[in-house]
Design a protein around this ligand. Structure first.
Ligand code: ARG
Length: 282
C-alpha cells in the first residue's frame, strides 16, 4: 500500500466512524420524536377466488387435487400484475354467486359469461375470453342445428348460459331439459343415452370430445347462439378490487402474458376460442 493510499483509508475510516456516530445520535432523536415511523407493514391480505373446478380446460382439479387451468393461470398472472395475493377455493357452481354476495369469496373465476341479468347482482371485470355455446351429440345423431333440438332431450349444467339457451328454445316448463350440477355430468348422461344432446360452452365441449374418444361424440355449431364473453366477478360495489383486476388484465394482454397462457391451453394465440364446428363434426 502506498502512503497516499494508506492516508485515504484512514480518512475514509474516520469519516465512516463519525458518520456512524452521527447516525446513532440522530436515530435516538428520531425515535423519541416519531415513534410510529418504524411500525411494521400490515401483512398482505390474501384474496379468496372461488371457482367451480369441473370445467376443463378452464378450471379443474389435477391428480394431486390442485386447481389448475386457463382461468387459474389468467388470475394468477393478473394478481401478479395487480400486486395482490390470491388463493383458489373449489366452489360448486350452484352456490357460487351466493358465496360472492355473502363475502365468502372475493373474486369468482369460472368461465362466467358476462350477462345483463348477472350484472344486476355482481360487478364484472373487462372481458378476458370469447366463447359461444356448442352442441354435443353422438356421432350417429342427425342433429345439424339448434332448431333440431326442439323436441329432443337435452342435458345442461343448471343455471348456465347453455341452460338459458335451451330454456329459450323449449320453454321454461319443458320436461325435456335435464339439468345437472356440472357439465361433465351432463356429458356422461349423453354417453349413457339419457339425453340426446348437451349444450355447453364451446371450449369445454371441444376439450371433452378430444379427451374422451370412447364417448363417440361430435360437435354441432349454430350461428344463432349469441356470442359470449367471460369476466371475473366481484361483489357489487367492490370498485377498488375491480380496478386492480382490470389493470392486471390490461397488463397481461399488452405484455404477451395472456397470449402465452392462451397458447398453452388452446394451441393458438389470439382472442377467440378454438373453432366451433371442427373436423370432429363429420
Ligand atoms: N359460461 C357459462 C355461464 O357463465 C358456463 C360457466 C360454467 N362454469 C363452470 N366452471 N362450471 O353460464
Amino acid at each position: 500500500m502506498t502512503a497516499p493510499q494508506a492516508r485515504r483509508r484512514q480518512l475514509i475510516a474516520a469519516a465512516v466512524l463519525s458518520g456512524f456516530a452521527l447516525v446513532a445520535c440522530s436515530k435516538k432523536e428520531d425515535t423519541a420524536a416519531a415513534p410510529a415511523a418504524s411500525a411494521p407493514a400490515a401483512t398482505a391480505r390474501v384474496y379468496t377466488v372461488g371457482t367451480d373446478a369441473a370445467y376443463a380446460p378452464f378450471e379443474s382439479q389435477n391428480e394431486k387435487g390442485e386447481i389448475v387451468g386457463f382461468d387459474i393461470d389468467v388470475v394468477r398472472a393478473v394478481a401478479g400484475k395487480a400486486g395482490i395475493e390470491v388463493k383458489f377455493v373449489n366452489t360448486p357452481w350452484e352456490g357460487i354467486f351466493n358465496a360472492l354476495n355473502q363475502g365468502d369469496r372475493d373474486v369468482l373465476v369460472s368461465s362466467i359469461t358476462i350477462t345483463d341479468a348477472r350484472k344486476q347482482t355482481m360487478d364484472f371485470s373487462s372481458p378476458y375470453f370469447d366463447a359461444v355455446q356448442l352442441i354435443a351429440v353422438k356421432t350417429n345423431s342427425k342433429v345439424a342445428k339448434l332448431d333440431d333440438l326442439k323436441a329432443l332431450k337435452i342435458g345442461v349444467q343448471t343455471g348456465t348460459t347453455g341452460d338459458e339457451a335451451v330454456t329459450k328454445l323449449q320453454g321454461k316448463n319443458s320436461p325435456n331439459i335435464k339439468r345437472f350440477e356440472s357439465t361433465p355430468l351432463a356429458l356422461k348422461e349423453l354417453e349413457a343415452g339419457g339425453v340426446d344432446a348437451v349444450v355447453a360452452d364451446n371450449g369445454v365441449v371441444i376439450n371433452y370430445v378430444a379427451n374422451n374418444a370412447g364417448s363417440k361424440f361430435k360437435t354441432v355449431s349454430d350461428p344463432t347462439f349469441a356470442p359470449e364473453q367471460y369476466g371475473l366477478a366481484v361483489k357489487k360495489g367492490n370498485a377498488d378490487l375491480l380496478a386492480k383486476l382490470n389493470k392486471g388484465i390490461a397488463d397481461i394482454k399488452s405484455d404477451g402474458t395472456y397470449d402465452a397462457i392462451y397458447k398453452k391451453y388452446f394451441g393458438t394465440s389470439g382472442g377467440a376460442a378454438a373453432p366451433a364446428a371442427s373436423a370432429a363434426s363429420k
